[in-house]
Design a protein around this ligand. Structure first.
Ligand code: NAG
Ligand code: NAG
Ligand code: NAG
Length: 437
């Protein structure tokens, strides 16, 4: 009997050691497993096929699949494949399950051309008249016709076009040219639209920094506006290295951003092809609560979203913008702009890089009051245009203890795993491990 007990003990010990080994291995590769598990491999499988968007995208993905069709290009030359898949599915059963708003979205999904109402004269936004050679950064700021005060605050603070010196304490940075451009659509109500259009014309003539399309400023139209901007950028903005896509209610530490981007330019060029930085959301499921702003029903999209950067601010290279635009010819419009950009990145087999100083998630009022806190952020949400001006003023004071405060450098590549999310990550890694076996 004692022999059996000893044998049992030995077996239990071996099992324990094996478990320990597995845990150690997972722990070491957690980042790997996590990032692999967090991106959907495909947007279609048996279960997902019931959702309209997945179904539409599947048609296109299969046609351009390099295994099924060797030699198929990674990007489509135009959007004809998208239109084709849409026409085939026009009256499928899933359609009627969508909310009215989404049905409307689907009906507009094949349209990708809208007329331009205002644009800077032959130029890539407002810049310095003396500017020669390359622009380092174009600030492309999404705004709405009525947000005049925010636009003025940006023009006076972080969005000043022209030569920007690097964050002073960051050593021997060189400084660079920065340009500014506001992107907007039209106001929904025809009355307001009439009243704002003259003012906008004057504003545009005076500042030369507005690009407006004849399209309502609605969340569903946000994705389309992004694509229109990418297309415009390709035509007009040669000689620009990076683009910041942000909205008009954020504060940006432009000098620090300039320093950081110049560091990126010094790295090998291939790295720039893939460069996108922001506040990365690596695991998110669609919002299923009706009436929430980003509501997406199961009948429209199933599965996790691929990693994406929050819409308030992302920075990426002009080289990547070109690739994103080309790949967008094979990706159906998705009603949430930041998710759409994430899906395009996924189709390029890329994921954005997280920088903790872009929209720091733990930013509180107390933290803001710390003396040098503003010097250490790249991008922050503001409460008002006066708040924006205050932040700008503070970030430009480099005296006393703040003389050497800087934004942390961009070091990590890939997806961030925050400590707070660790438990969740653990469960996820188990989950994906089993799925991968
Ligand atoms: C808007 O302006 C156009 C012409 O400028 C006019 O025909 C139209 O009636 C106006 N609409 C409103 C609601 O004021
Ligand atoms: C997008 O803008 C166009 C042009 O103004 C408009 O006809 C359409 O209704 C808008 N779409 C949504 C979903 O708001
Ligand atoms: C800032 O850095 C310089 C040079 O590295 C140093 O001499 C100075 O004491 C530092 N100032 C503060 C406030 O830490």
């Amino acid at each position: 009997l004692s022999k059996i007990i000893i044998l049992l003990l030995i077996i239990i010990l071996i099992i324990l050691i094996l478990l320990l080994l597995i845990i150690i291995i997972i722990n070491k590769n957690m980042h790997l497993i996590y990032s692999r598990g967090s991106t959907p491999k495909v947007f279609w499988n048996k279960k997902k096929e019931r959702a309209l968007w997945n179904k539409l995208q599947k048609k296109v993905d299969l046609q351009l699949n390099p295994i099924l069709h060797p030699g198929a290009p990674q990007t489509a030359p135009d959007t004809s494949l998208l239109s084709q898949s849409l026409s085939e599915l026009k009256d499928s059963a899933g359609h009627s399950l969508l909310t009215e708003q989404l049905q409307y979205h689907v009906s507009l999904m094949s349209r990708r051309q809208y007329p331009v109402l205002l644009q800077p004269r032959g130029q890539c936004g407002a810049g310095d008249a003396q500017e020669r050679g390359h622009t380092l950064l174009l600030l492309a700021i999404k705004t709405s016709a009525l947000n005049y005060r925010y636009r003025q605050a940006i023009r006076q603070s972080w969005g000043q076009a022209g030569w920007v010196s690097p964050q002073r304490s960051m050593g021997e940075g060189r400084g660079a040219y920065v340009r500014r451009l506001f992107l907007l659509g039209t106001v929904h109500s025809p009355d307001l639209r009439n009243r704002t259009s003259d003012l906008l014309h004057l504003e545009s003539r005076h500042y030369g920094d507005m690009l407006q399309w004849d399209m309502w400023d609605s969340p569903l139209n946000g994705t389309m506006q992004r694509l229109l901007f990418w297309s415009w950028f390709r035509d007009i903005c040669g000689h620009t290295d990076f683009v910041l896509e942000g909205d008009d209610q954020v504060f940006v530490n432009t000098p620090a951003l300039v320093s950081l981007l110049q560091e990126q330019l010094d790295k090998p060029c291939s790295h720039l092809q893939d460069f996108m930085m922001g506040n990365v959301v690596s695991r998110r499921q669609p919002e299923r609560i009706l009436h929430s702003q980003e509501f997406i029903p199961e009948s429209f999209y199933r599965g996790w979203y691929p990693p994406f950067t929050r819409g308030e601010g992302r920075v990426f290279s002009a080289l990547l913008l070109e690739r994103l635009f080309l790949v967008s010819n094979r990706v159906h419009l998705f009603p949430i702009e930041q998710v759409y950009v994430g899906i395009c990145m996924f189709h390029l087999n890329l994921s954005p890089t997280h920088h903790p100083a872009v929209l720091p998630s733990d930013w509180t009022k107390e933290q803001e009051e710390e003396p040098c806190a503003v010097h250490k952020v790249l991008l922050l949400r503001t409460h008002s245009h006066t708040h924006m001006l205050q932040l700008w003023e503070r970030s430009n004071t480099h005296t006393g203890p703040c003389a050497n405060s800087t934004v942390p450098p961009l070091t990590t590549r890939g997806i961030k795993v925050t400590t707070g999310a660790k438990k969740h990550v653990w469960l996820q890694s188990w989950h994906s491990l089993w799925k991968n076996l």
